[in-house]
Design a protein around this ligand. Structure first.
Ligand code: NAD
Length: 472
């Protein structure tokens, strides 16, 4: 297996951290403490193949920062998993959680396998064995380290993890909170699937609501009529496109690895998704133009470009040709460091991944809270609220002599469901974090939101140490 060891994501992350720290008054010892990974667990374990032979697999779990516990971060199954990548992704989780003010330290895990080459039975064995290795070293638990899905894993793997953890820890009452992103039947939470895309939508909506910033880009305020190109119509890309187009934006191009679709009049997201699911390609779709080289769409003129597929998509090779005014990093690491510099020089606004895709971890946090409290959100207060609203409407009707229509009553009286509360918490988190980050950018007189995001994160992490008197 060929891991990409020559490139260090961890070093790349630390370069941005150093840049952000240069705008702050932070003790060098404290900065070093924050940057390093606190615990790294690298292990191998055997998998028995169907023909009686064995394959030895490599697994990692990296806990980047213990300034808040538990630590949190996904588990990735990919043939490219390597220590530098896991360390870098764990570090990013620390800064992401700090920026959106979610009380976790950062972590990440991985197994170096191509999951497509294994049967479901083998993947179950691998996941259960990986989990038991983490249990042995106390690298998992609702108070210690809480994994989630990432590239190559899904709610299915999370269900195997929680089942294994519970089998080893029958006396841990909060055991369900040892992992998030679980299926609903395993105490997952409503709204987790669409959370990252909804967060992307809210983040972009906030960015385009700031008049001063839109004036600087020569754009009108608001989403209405904004021309958007998206790369990747998977989970994050689809939900981002759905909510953005529902808010009045026009999705004019979608790039996939096997071709793109282009339509200046706007693409119907629900229809194209159904077509893609059925045909595994956009080729043959009745409306718009099929583009063989899907990723050529990245350099077409638009207002907002949203890479929502993979890392390393906007590089020195194509950065000079990007014509978008705003890039919304829905994927993790879609813009390389060098490309970032080129884009900023071109005056393009980049909404950084550490902020824009934080909707996933935010709703994971709500899932963990639900698991600790052992009750779904809204269960206790919903009927109570409904009665109160009903009485209020009756009072208004009596006082005014007017009456509300049945439809008005239905909307007003409706108590909040778990999904309503999750969406409300997600919106609050994304809105607050955007304006804080953008405010710091202006206050410090710096160009980019990414550096500002890291400053906010570093300030929050630093205070955890200084308040304990560990550093001055
Ligand atoms: P996904 O697998 O559901 O979707 C990825 C999509 O990108 C697929 O449709 C795939 O065909 C397409 N794609 C792959 N290679 C491509 C290429 N070369 N060109 C164009 N399209 C390509 O994955 P996802 O969950 O939507 O994640 C996308 C990105 O968002 C990843 O970087 C992931 O780390 C990040 N992210 C996801 C979440 C989440 O909750 N799912 C949370 C935070 C960050």
């Amino acid at each position: 297996m060929n891991a990409k060891v020559e490139y260090s994501l961890f070093d790349d992350v630390n370069k941005v951290v150093d840049d952000a720290a240069s705008h702050m008054d932070i003790h060098p010892g404290l900065l070093e403490q924050i940057k390093l990974c606190n615990s790294i667990y690298k292990f191998s374990f055997p998998l028995k193949n169907g023909d009686g032979t064995y394959t030895v697999l490599l697994g990692y779990r990296v806990q980047h920062s213990h300034h808040k516990l538990p630590v949190k971060g996904g588990i990735r199954y990919s043939s490219f998993v390597n220590e530098e990548e896991v360390k870098g992704l764990a570090a990013l989780m620390t800064y992401k959680c700090a920026l959106v003010n979610i009380p976790y330290g950062g972590a990440k895990g991985g197994v170096r396998i191509d999951p497509k080459k294994y049967t479901v039975d083998q993947l179950e064995k691998i996941t259960r064995r990986y989990t038991s290795e983490l249990i042995k070293k106390k690298f998992i638990g609702p108070a210690i380290d809480v994994p989630a899905p990432d590239y190559g894993t899904s709610s299915r793997e999370m269900a195997w993890i929680v089942d294994t953890f519970e089998a080893f820890n029958p006396d841990v009452i909060n055991a369900k909170g040892c992992v998030t992103g679980k299926p609903l039947s395993q105490h997952g939470i409503e709204g987790r699937t669409e959370a990252t895309g909804m967060g992307v939508f809210i983040g972009i909506r906030e960015a385009v609501s700031v008049k001063e910033d839109m004036n600087a880009l020569g754009l009108k305020v608001g989403l209405k009529g904004k021309k958007i190109i998206i790369q990747g119509l998977g989970n994050v890309g689809y939900y981002s496109a759905k909510y953005l187009s529902e808010a009045g934006a026009r999705i004019i191009g979608i790039a996939e690895y096997n071709g793109g679709i282009w339509d200046e009049n706007g693409i119907d997201i629900e229809r194209i998704k159904v077509y893609q699911t059925e045909n595994k390609t956009f080729k043959g779709y009745a409306k718009g133009q099929f583009i063989e080289d899907g990723n050529s769409l990245l350099t077409k003129p638009c207002d907002i470009l949203i890479p929502a597929a993979l890392e390393n998509q906007i590089t020195v090779q194509n950065a000079h040709d990007i014509k978008a005014k705003i890039i919304g990093e829905a994927a993790n690491g879609p813009v390389t460091q060098e490309a970032n510099t080129i884009l900023l020089e071109k005056g393009i606004m980049i909404i950084p991944d550490m902020y824009l895709n934080a909707g996933g971890v935010t709703v994971s946090y709500f899932e963990w809270l639900k698991n600790l409290s052992r009750v779904s959100f809204g269960k206790l207060e919903k009927r109570y609220d409904m009665k109160k609203y009903e009485e209020l409407l009756l009072g208004i009707e009596k006082a005014t002599g007017d009456s509300f229509s049945e439809e008005q009553k239905r909307i007003i009286i409706k108590g909040a469901s778990e999904r309503d509360l999750v969406n409300s918490g997600l919106e609050e988190t994304m809105v607050t974090a955007y304006h804080h980050m953008n405010g710091v950018r202006k206050e410090k007189g710096i160009k980019d939101l990414r550096t500002a995001g890291f400053i906010v994160a570093l300030e929050r992490i630093a205070i955890s140490y200084t308040d304990l008197g560990i550093f001055p």
